[in-house]
Write a new protein. Structure first.
Length: 366
């Protein structure tokens, strides 16, 4: 790591099975039982699974029908997003008592930069423990945390001692921690990329570290440089309190597969209306319209078109989505359609930063 890199103390707080835990908290009859939020009906998809359900292999994004087969006593609970949002706001109120540098990733996780904090506490580990205790005592839920010198390592570490635990990776431990890490644990390495890395003999951080920057860029494109630097503990992304929205979308999964474009246009009208509503609420517009199509065999296809001007009007969004639908013949019957708008007028074009040199990380109290 580079001696001229900024010294930060970053905490990643991740709520444990958040949606399911809220349901168990609000309904004592569900405590200790295998439950999932969402997933009901023939085409339902699991939004969250309690730890009791996870023991059976049930997990989020799984089809509800499969989840029920894995766990015959599984209880399906209808999601209550307003309630989850309410609890999330209470949790963030606790975060802000320690630092204003809070970057929410979703309702149930956030980064905190506590390098300089409101409590004057030099130990990020003690701050993380204090935050977790307060969430439990004041709200009734458990959280896990990862603590380290940058966002990447903190996020990886937060998954280590789940549920209701935390892990600190001190500055002097970073390189060894990353070298021993299974490549599947690297945030940003998905299933497909992991398989490709396995084929090239990359199974751990140490294997990854032995590959040159040129090799990684040649084999993994733009992501190659990212892999090269993160395995050396170099990740300069700051905790951003106000994250810039990069896209806005809406989608629908259908109870029956659709095989006619006529029926799809009717569904797209409702989806475009929802996208327009969200654009109006967020007061944004965009140039790129993307049509998302998931077929009955679960293969996914996206088609995009970038306009020369910003749009937020439903009729233009719908007309563009219609053009994209008829752009080419459908490969199969369709189970899901979605429309997203990106290239928003909120995005700022940043100048590329010079790459950092690699040397030794400084030590400081953690």
């Amino acid at each position: 790591m580079s001696a001229d890199l900024p010294i930060r103390k970053i905490i990643h707080v991740d709520m444990d099975a958040f949606y399911a835990s809220v349901e168990q908290m609000d309904n004592p009859e569900l405590k200790g039982k295998a439950i999932v939020v969402g997933g009901g009906g023939k085409r339902g998809v699991v939004s969250a699974a309690s730890y009791e359900a996870r023991r059976y292999g049930v997990k989020s994004a799984m089809a509800g029908t499969l989840a029920a087969k894995l766990c015959p006593d599984l209880i399906f609970v209808r999601p209550r997003f307003e309630r989850y949002s309410e609890i999330s706001k209470r949790i963030r109120t606790i975060f802000y008592e320690y630092t204003d540098l809070v970057e929410p990733l979703s309702l149930d996780e956030a980064y905190l930069d506590v390098t300089q904090n409101k409590k004057g506490n030099p130990s990020a580990s003690l701050i993380a423990r204090d935050i977790r205790e307060r969430i439990f005592n004041e709200i009734g839920l458990t959280a896990s945390a990862g603590i380290s010198i940058n966002k990447f390592i903190a996020k990886v570490a937060s998954d280590y001692n789940k549920p209701n635990g935390q892990k600190t990776v001190n500055p002097e431990e970073v390189l060894e921690f990353l070298e021993q890490l299974d490549i599947r644990k690297f945030y940003g390495v998905g299933k497909v990329t992991a398989e490709k890395m396995y084929q090239k003999g990359i199974f751990t951080g140490l294997d990854l570290k032995q590959k040159s920057l040129e090799y990684l860029e040649n084999n993994f494109g733009k992501s190659g440089a990212y892999y090269y630097y993160i395995v050396r503990g170099i990740h300069t992304s700051k905790v951003k309190p106000h994250r810039t929205r990069k896209s806005l979308a809406a989608e629908r999964t259908f109870s029956e597969n659709l095989s006619s474009e006529v029926f799809m246009l009717e569904k797209l009208e409702h989806i475009a209306e929802e996208v327009t509503r969200r654009l109006s609420k967020s007061k944004v517009a965009g140039k790129t319209v993307t049509l998302k199509i998931k077929y009955s065999d679960f293969t996914l296809q996206t088609r995009s078109k970038t306009l020369p001007y910003f749009i937020s009007d439903k009729s233009i969004i719908m007309e563009t989505a219609k053009d994209l639908l008829y752009q080419e013949a459908l490969k199969n019957s369709v189970r899901l359609l979605g429309i997203s708008l990106s290239n928003l007028n909120t995005e700022k074009k940043e100048k590329p930063k010079a790459k950092k040199s690699v040397s030794v990380q400084l030590k400081f109290e953690f």
